[in-house]
Design a protein around this ligand. Sequence first.
Ligand code: ABU
Length: 364
Amino acid sequence: MNICYGSEANTTLRLLGLLPMSGQGWIGGEAVLLPVKMALHDINNDPHILPGYNLTYNYIDSMCTEGVAVYRMFRELQAGLPYHMVLGDGCSTCSAATAQVSYLWNLTQLSYGSSSPILSDRKRFPKFFRIVTPEQKVNEARIQLMRKFDWNKVATIHQALEFFSVVTDDFVRRASDLNVTIITQEIFVHDPMSRVKNLKEHDARIIMTAMYEDRARAVLCAAYKVGLYGAKIVWVFAGWFSRTFWLVKQDDIDCTPEQMALVAEGAFFTSAVHFNPIEERGIHGMTVSEFLDRYYKDPDYNPDLEIYKVAFGQSYDHIWIAALALHCTDTELRRRDSPTASHPIHTLCVRCCVHDASVNKDVF
Ligand code: ABU
């Protein structure tokens, strides 16, 4: 499925979004659409940004699955109409897979929500950027939790993906520096039951997790079955999980919502700050509360997407960064009096403009 915001013209600049709309892991893609619509409206009506151009956005459903993401992106890029940037994915696994392909089309890729540390490797992902905090930086919050509550023993459990191994290794290094004892480190590929039993056998009380939310549901259900829950057990999950993630139905989970809620009770969620806590005006002159006010009043507002609220602001912002990068590229091409200057923006120069476009943003 794809949609197109904005109308086609020979001055059309085309963005290709990679959105996990279905599947498992993290499927907040639908929550990206309204902020994208708002940003395109603001940009296309701003006479100072990309004057004479019309910015449009199509998307594919990547299903938070690498193969699907690469296949559907490839199909879209082969279809004929030129794209000027790729935006996404919201799942790091898909970003890693697609970013190793999109640069071969000379396309710059900018993600609104991929937090895997590995994506900062410019050799592996030469034209990939993102506006979210890499996940290992959030480990500092987990360390501060350990300090705050005087916890001196901790266990970890993570899904066997490079993303989560790197995050967990970083946490273990920081915890060891604090003289915290790591009582066990559990790793699983799909079914976490034997690893959760091991946590129980080690009498784990504080458990740092690193995994996608479908696997976190499997962990909670396994924990219920082995009795690893109660007032003395603290689970720490990623803050980008959908709110009340433990209540989402899943084929391989046979625990009831009540049983899942019992285990999730008292869990902590750690993440970067997703909205500017200071009421200052951004590039379009809006504060965060003004942005949210507009968002909630929009006819396309869907309360079911509130569980993905962490994605709203960054989804709006990433379209602005793409637009500013394209604007900067256009300006630079005209300044150089390049033969391409009279044509729609050439993709070659976009990469060098991403940083310039994000002077007030963190791009990693
Ligand atoms: N947007 C969810 C973050 C998880 C990931 O980077 O895959």
